[in-house]
Design a protein around this ligand. Structure first.
Ligand code: FAD
Length: 251
């Protein structure tokens, strides 16, 4: 007997494990489009809430451990597009088809999203114009972005096709305090209104990130220090400022 299971995690892995117990000699293939095939969904709120600190504690099995313990052939990455019961075939698409520098440039030029999965510090140090910080593929799927057109590894220098990389400096609040003693700078706070109401830096200009593009003309010229709570919104705002203030002032 040969069985193809579409989707892992709860129902799919339960079926595959049960099928193995019923048929020791069966060939059982599990096709899971996400990178993770067995994890504790119910533990996610506890991880987000900080009670389960180690994210890996939620991961129960890997394709390797399922191959060893249950002789299952688990393949992560393929998305099943169609099932043909008459021919007993499934059509699959690999979510992470490799993209080269030319394809990346063309997609960015066409206005498509390019997700840069490196840390925000590494992103700040050098990235391809048009790419955006995002979480991992599974997180994208969880918010409804199922279809990744391709993926690239390597370095931004390789993807940029000879174009200069964009970057912005990253600093601490201690750096900001030191700089303010020597020269006037604009401090732009891009947190939400409730966070701003709770506490704020003296003399800061408040424009929530979601309003920044529309209100970019309110940002004065000169040296701008952007802050939020953890740095991600500030990095996003930094990108908007690099591309938006010049255009707003020229208009
Ligand atoms: C945060 C959270 C907390 C939860 N807490 C609890 C709890 O405490 N108690 C409880 O009983 N339940 C809980 N649940 C619900 C429980 O996790 C789900 O009911 C259960 O996972 C559903 O099982 P499933 O097999 O139908 O789907 P899933 O577990 O979602 O598995 C489906 C899998 O199929 C894959 N897939 C889908 N389409 C394709 C395709 N075309 N090709 C390849 N792969 C595909 C998906 O990527 C996915 O991994 C929780 C869920 C969440 C999100």
């Amino acid at each position: 007997m040969k069985a193809v299971v579409v989707g892992g995690v709860a129902g799919g892995m339960s079926f595959a494990a049960r099928a193995r117990r019923l048929a020791e000699d069966a060939e059982i293939v599990v096709l899971e489009r996400d990178p993770y095939v067995s994890y504790a969904n119910c533990g996610l709120p506890y991880h987000l809430g900080g009670e389960i600190g180690d994210r890996d504690a939620l991961l129960l099995h890997t394709p390797q451990s399922l191959a060893e313990s249950l002789a299952l052939d688990v393949r992560t990455g393929p998305e099943v597009l169609a099932i043909d019961p008459a021919r007993r075939t499934v059509a699959v698409r690999e979510l992470t088809a490799h993209a080269d520098a030319a394809q990346l440039s063309a997609r960015i030029a066409a206005g498509e999203w390019v997700a840069d999965l490196r840390s925000r510090q590494v992103f700040a140090a050098g990235h391809v114009r048009g790419s955006q910080v995002a979480a991992a593929q599974r997180d994208l799927a969880r918010i409804g972005i199922d279809h990744l057109a391709g993926a690239a590894d390597g370095t931004p220098q390789e993807w940029a096709g000879g174009q200069p990389l964009e970057s912005f400096p990253v600093a601490s609040f201690a750096d900001l305090a030191a700089v303010r003693r020597h020269r006037p700078v604009t401090i732009l706070d891009v947190r939400r209104a409730l966070e701003w109401a709770g506490s704020r830096l003296d003399g800061a200009l408040h424009i929530p990130l979601q309003d920044l593009r529309a209100r970019i003309g309110e940002v004065p010229g000169g040296e701008i220090w952007v802050h939020c709570r953890s740095g991600y919104r500030a990095a996003d705002a930094g990108l908007s400022l690099v591309t938006g203030t010049a255009a707003a002032r020229a208009a």
